[in-house]
Design a protein around this ligand. Structure first.
Ligand SMILES: Cc1cc2nc3c(=O)[nH]c(=O)nc-3n(C[C@H](O)[C@H](O)[C@H](O)COP(=O)(O)OP(=O)(O)OC[C@H]3O[C@@H](n4cnc5c(N)ncnc54)[C@H](O)[C@@H]3O)c2cc1C
Length: 591
């Protein structure tokens, strides 16, 4: 089997770290405890392993194509999508009143990981549809929600997110697509959108394009941008005036059709306003935040698949005598300490980021549904702090992990037939779309740290300190070693937050020079915190005689994470706090 879903680890994280029991006390989620999660995850594992994963390589070799203005996706993908929709998977986290299953984000995030690991190109379409549903839930009128969301959930439509234009990428204030109001209350859209994922495909009868555009006469900048819904087909069945004029040829995720969409060549694409005029970016941010979290999960998914493949290869490939003399002749390469270092680096990073993402998902669920308003607000702040970390850290680590995956394969990793190279090529997009790592880091520094004087960041550091204290008091060599490393990382986090809060107003260049290292530092510390908590839980379960092989592996992985990954954190602090001047010293014209 090319992919085995990590159900056991996901359930361990849900139970021990993310607090699924607490999530299952929230109104509306009473049936969503560990038992439900286990049943849903097992079913999802079967679908993703058996139906979706086998198509991953085919998508790379035989990508989507544009033929006579229509997109033909990789053979097998449309049928897999039909099964995905029929299985109710699109509706998993969405409200029951629109045909969804209303399950918590915690369970949905675990299923999402499986789908992305099985086939990133395939899973992008449901990811964007989720975002469209979220945007309609927040900004759509009652009538729009009733009309559109059930179709998005039952798989008769999919959703897209149309932000990017040739001159407007990271900076959406430069969006130029024009919306002309019509006497009947609709609008006509004119403009070009580029790099639109699943902007055209052959899965469904229709597509709901959510489009950022400017109503004629609207103010310049972000305050003049509105959100529109533009269907591929008009109510009478004719094609709307939105055409896929080309598909991009890409480094990776080749089966996902990335379209250039031309609006309004024949009189204007018919569209309707979603939400209020000039408030489009706010609604789009809802969609983007959901998608950013989802892209972070893509990173974890891809890293896990790359790890699984590398571990299998390392057990099989025979080369060289082990240094410890444990085998007389050449042995499987997993015997070599450096190969084990690579495999554990891959595994520890994947598991730590998975734990952080699921903890963030639980914070989201509590923020949505907890009866106490103060608890909701506090968990919302935590979730918002964690989103750029989940997105930025998990995707950067996926790139490192996928690269290590190629390295474990040696020369065969560089040859396409093994599939290791596909993971590396696919991983690169994750640090770019839904806001590059730099854009996540700007958000983390500005809105999530400096704006509240580091309140949320320091509160989390306070919780890390409690874990350090608890681990240091345990009668365990591993726990005490992890406590020491975690405490050093915690101190580096506190130092950096204080540096950012003290300098961001007077010296923004110095602060933002360290924005990405700060994202890596904060993310790694909080992911390492989850591994430290996992170690304590695994020691307790082991003492109770529960699943010794799994618990021992978790303890070893947590210890490795502390010694080999958390140790990177103080170095980031030094480069942020001491290194900013070096960046400013180089004049612009010297580049
Ligand atoms: C395969 C693929 C699928 C995509 N799917 C979609 C989609 O479905 N919908 C959609 O709307 N878009 C989509 N995109 C577009 C994607 O979101 C953008 O490419 C991305 O936001 C970056 O914008 P850009 O390419 O214009 O790069 P630029 O904004 O030109 O950035 C170039 C570099 O400058 C840096 N930079 C820019 N501004 C800053 C800043 N303020 N601070 C620090 N660094 C900065 C960036 O980090 C980057 O390194 C997709 C792109 C690809 C490749």
């Amino acid at each position: 089997m090319s992919y085995i879903a990590p159900v056991k680890d996901q359930l361990f994280v849900m139970r021990e770290l993310a607090g699924i029991d607490a999530v299952a006390t929230l109104p509306g989620h009473e049936d969503a405890g560990l038992e439900t999660a286990a049943a849903v995850l097992e079913e999802c594992a079967r679908f993703t392993q058996d139906v979706v994963a086998p198509l991953n390589g085919a998508g790379d070799r035989d990508p989507s194509r544009l033929e006579d203005g229509r997109v033909r996706t990789t053979p097998g993908f449309a049928e897999a999508f039909r099964q995905f929709a029929a299985g109710g998977w699109q509706g998993l986290p969405h409200p029951v009143e629109f045909g969804g299953q209303g399950l918590p984000k915690l369970i949905h995030a675990a299923c999402t990981e499986m789908l992305h690991a099985a086939n990133l190109s395939f899973a992008l379409c449901p990811l964007l549809t989720d975002g469209a549903i979220e945007a309609l839930l927040v900004a759509g009128s009652d009538e729009q929600r009733q009309r559109l969301i059930p179709r998005l959930i039952d798989g008769s439509w999919t959703g897209t997110m149309n932000l990017t234009e040739p001159q407007a990428g990271s900076d959406l204030s430069l969006v130029r697509t024009r919306a002309e109001p019509q006497p009947d209350g609709t609008y006509r859209l004119f403009g070009t959108k580029i790099l639109i994922t699943y902007g055209e495909h052959d899965y469904t009868e229709d597509i709901a394009h959510l489009v950022l555009a400017r109503i004629s006469g609207a103010p310049e900048g972000v305050k003049g941008i509105s959100l529109f819904l533009c269907p591929r087909r008009l109510p009478d069945g004719r094609r709307n005036d939105v055409k896929c004029v080309s598909l991009e040829h890409k480094l990776g995720i080749k089966a996902s059709p990335t379209a250039v969409l031309q609006y309004g060549d024949e009189g204007g694409a018919v569209a309707e306003l979603v939400g209020q005029e000039n408030r489009g970016l706010e609604a789009m941010f809802v969609m983007m935040n959901a998608a950013r979290f989802g892209v972070g999960v893509q990173g974890i998914a891809l890293a896990d698949r790359a790890y699984q493949q590398a571990a299998a290869y390392a057990r099989d490939r025979v080369q060289s005598r082990p240094v410890d003399g444990s085998v007389a002749g050449a042995a499987p390469i997993v015997h070599h300490p450096d190969v084990r270092r690579m495999l554990l680096t891959m595994r520890a990073q994947t598991e730590s980021c998975r734990a952080l993402a699921l903890v963030a998902a639980a914070a989201f669920d509590i923020a949505q549904d907890h009866p106490d308003e103060a608890v909701r607000a506090q968990q919302q702040a935590v979730y918002e702090f964690l989103v750029p970390l989940v997105k930025g850290l998990s995707t950067e680590m996926a790139l490192e992990v996928a690269s290590l995956g190629v390295q474990v394969h040696g020369g065969m990793g560089f040859i396409e037939e093994t599939g290791a190279a596909q993971h590396l090529r696919d991983a690169k997009i994750l640090t770019i779309y839904e806001g590059t790592t730099a854009i996540q880091a700007n958000d983390l520094v500005g809105r999530k740290t400096a704006r509240d004087g580091g309140r949320v960041a320091l509160a989390l550091a306070g919780q890390v300190a409690q874990t350090v204290e608890a681990l240091a008091a345990r009668d365990s060599v591993d726990a005490r070693a992890v406590a020491r490393r975690l405490d050093a990382a915690r101190q580096a986090l506190v130092d950096t937050v204080q540096f950012i809060c003290a300098r961001s107003k007077d010296d923004p260049t110095a602060t933002y020079a360290g924005s990405v290292p700060y994202l890596m530092l904060a993310g790694t510390t909080l992911a390492g915190w989850q591994m430290a908590r996992a170690l304590a839980a695994a020691e307790d379960r082991l003492a109770a005689g529960e699943d010794p092989a799994f618990m021992r592996a978790k303890i070893a992985t947590a210890r490795f994470h502390a010694d080999h990954i958390l140790t990177r954190v103080p170095g980031w602090r030094d480069s942020i706090v001491d290194g900013a001047a070096g960046l400013a010293a180089m004049p612009l014209e010297a580049f």
